[in-house]
Design a protein around this ligand. Structure first.
Ligand SMILES: [Zn+2]
Length: 429
């Protein structure tokens, strides 16, 4: 093996027009770091002139005209040291048009410093979780360069659905980036393969409608189930877009309504001057707990009660001290139980026999929502599907945003999510 072949192999350079001499390696110190600097040169006989297209038939039409010295190319690390290649690029003079031009190489794009190998390595890193700053450090380039590479591979059309919609999907919203129309973006998750179907930069009805109308009516009629939270505007829209779909509110969000109402009732009813204020403040979590799970055996000392108590004792005490809290508590526990036991008739019974006169304004409002959405809420009892998988993916997205310290462009965030979730592969295409 010659020096050239040897060095090319080490640096994984495929371009056969790059040559290395003996002593091509120099170790430089950059602060505390060692940098491996390789010196090489690029030369070949060009087939034609880049300016006039004159084909080089005889020697003499295009002649070698010195070198562009020391063009910096950032290459992959060598034995974990940062490495750069200083490449002398051959210049040519075309005698036909009297213009000069520089030799090109597949190692690095024209006018660029980052080698294509490094780019590839960055793309592979972008497909894994991890901050862009970390990727930049690992590949010895700037964060801006990582962003530019991400930008260059971003292509919205990469999300190909072949015009088909999932039979069953979940929708949700997530906080978006600064360049989106509203505060929230919109996510569609395929319930069958449990992966993201698509991300939209707006959750406004008009944009969602526009998005789904790209699919044929026939395709939309095939959709059987849609899970979502209790955000009312979605229901009307989804119903009109997907006439055959059963809309299933997520059980978790469903319980959240009376739960939050109970909590608000507690805060509103118990003022700072109430003698039991501290007890409520300390033990509010027990009120929200499922009453069947309250411990009524284990005694512990409570400084607020100044005696040994059980969880059950505390809750009984707290709910009997205030009639609004009492009725709200029973309402919440009733709903909770009906959902846990999948007892649809119990649920219907509770919301239809609701007594407004003894209830707090918050619970009254909750019940009103429930009555309004009854036709959808009953579906949660009849079908197993929930929005859990959507929430899970939403959490992953939050994590991605967090490790990257936020994204300014929605396009970048979306593409990064797609890369990490394996929904597109820029290397294959
Ligand atoms: Zn020319």
């Amino acid at each position: 093996m010659t020096h050239t072949e040897y060095t090319r192999e080490i640096l994984d350079i495929e371009d056969k027009n790059i040559y290395f001499n003996e002593n091509c390696l120099e170790i430089r110190k950059e602060g505390p770091l060692k940098v491996k600097v390789f010196h090489g040169f690029l030369t070949y006989t060009p087939e034609y002139c880049e300016h006039c297209g004159c084909i080089s038939k005889d020697y003499g039409d295009i002649i070698k005209w010195g070198f562009d010295k020391n063009c910096l190319v950032k290459i992959n690390k060598v034995a974990n040291f940062n490495a750069i290649l200083l490449l002398d690029k051959q210049r040519f003079l075309c005698k036909n048009c009297n213009h000069t031009f520089t030799a090109r190489t597949s190692l690095v794009d024209f006018h660029k410093q980052i080698s294509n190998n490094t780019k590839l390595s960055v793309i592979l890193d972008l497909m894994k979780k991890g901050s862009e700053k970390g990727i930049a450090e690992k590949n010895n380039i700037s964060t801006n360069s990582v962003n530019r590479i991400l930008d260059s591979i971003c292509d919205d059309k990469l999300i190909k659905n072949n015009g088909h919609l999932p039979i069953s999907f979940g929708i949700d919203e997530l906080t978006a980036t600064k360049d989106t129309k509203g505060k929230y973006a919109f996510i569609i998750v395929d319930q069958t393969n449990r992966n993201i179907f698509d991300l939209l930069d707006s959750r406004k009805n008009i944009d969602i409608e526009k998005y789904f109308k790209r699919y044929s009516r026939c395709e939309r009629e095939k959709v059987k189930f849609i899970t979502m939270d209790l955000y009312a505007p979605y229901y009307k829209l989804m119903h009109s877009l997907f006439p055959n779909a059963i809309l299933i509110p997520d059980r978790f969000h469903f319980v959240l309504q009376p739960r939050n109402a109970l909590d608000k009732t507690r805060i509103k009813s118990i003022s700072k001057y109430n003698p039991d204020y501290r007890k409520y403040k300390r033990y509010w979590k027990l009120l929200l707990k499922n009453e069947d799970e309250l411990d009524d055996k284990k005694m512990f000392y409570s400084p607020n009660f100044r005696k040994e108590v059980t969880q059950k004792y505390i809750v009984t005490y707290l709910i009997h001290k205030n009639s609004y809290i009492y009725s709200s508590y029973n309402y919440y526990q009733g709903i909770l139980k009906s959902i846990r036991d999948r007892d649809k008739s119990k649920f219907i019974n509770i919301i239809h026999h609701f007594d407004k006169t003894t209830s707090s304004q918050y619970i009254t409002k909750t019940n009103k929502t429930f009555l309004k959405m009854e036709q959808y809420l009953v579906n949660s009892f009849d079908y197993e599907l929930s929005n859990g998988i959507v929430e899970g993916i939403n959490n992953l997205i939050k994590q991605i945003k967090h490790t990257a310290c936020g994204y300014r462009k929605f396009k970048h965030l979306k593409f990064r999510i797609m890369l990490i979730k394996g929904l597109c592969n820029p290397i294959k295409s």
